[in-house]
Design a protein around this ligand. Structure first.
Ligand code: HEC
Length: 149
């Protein structure tokens, strides 16, 4: 993890409330409004943003996160417009339990339909997710980890 990003995240998230403005660190920007949106819609209950240490240890399903880390989602689908529309559909309606295509990276069999989230918010979240790179994913994950559960 980047020390600078971690420090910025620590300063920002030292209280129970999420700060409401994005903060520039020398390395990358943590979009706290986006993290709030993801958190409030339960996405972070099942998904990490970066690939965390726990998900790298061992190779049993128990060591995997429940859903695929968003950085891996970005690496798989970035720039693929057709995939973007399919992902909007998957988040709103759930994934096919027989299609489990994150076998190696996620322990969950399928994603349930997210019935309370608006399509507009799903598009906003997916646009952000698909732009993640290693640095921005790590900074965002540090901010999430610094937040009280
Ligand atoms: C109850 C746990 C759970 C919640 C809550 C959840 N997901 Fe998922 N998500 C999963 C699992 C499990 C998969 C992997 C499904 C598979 O292997 O096909 C997944 C897959 C995905 C994918 C990749 C789908 C694909 O076809 O490759 C995206 C994008 C995604 N989730 C976004 C979200 C967003 C955005 C939210 C919040 C609105 C969210 N998820 C909430 C469990 C969850």
């Amino acid at each position: 993890m980047s020390l600078i990003a971690a420090c910025a995240a620590g300063l920002l998230f030292n209280g129970a409330a999420w700060a409401t403005e994005a903060v520039e660190s020398p390395e990358t920007t943590v979009d706290v409004e986006m993290l709030t949106l993801l958190k409030n819609n339960a996405c972070l209950n099942c998904h990490d943003i970066s690939v965390q240490e726990k998900s790298k240890q061992g190779d049993s399903a128990a060591s995997l996160p429940f859903g695929p880390p968003y950085l891996l989602v970005a690496q798989r689908y970035a720039g693929n417009e057709a995939a973007f529309e399919e992902l909007v559909y998957t988040v709103l309606h759930g994934s096919n339990p027989y299609g489990k295509h994150w076998k190696e990276e996620a322990a969950g069999i399928a994603m349930p339909p997210m019935v309370t989230v608006s399509e507009e918010h799903v598009r906003t979240m997916l646009t952000w997710i698909l732009k993640l790179d290693e640095a921005s994913a790590q900074a965002a994950q540090a901010a999430v980890n610094a937040q009280p559960k």
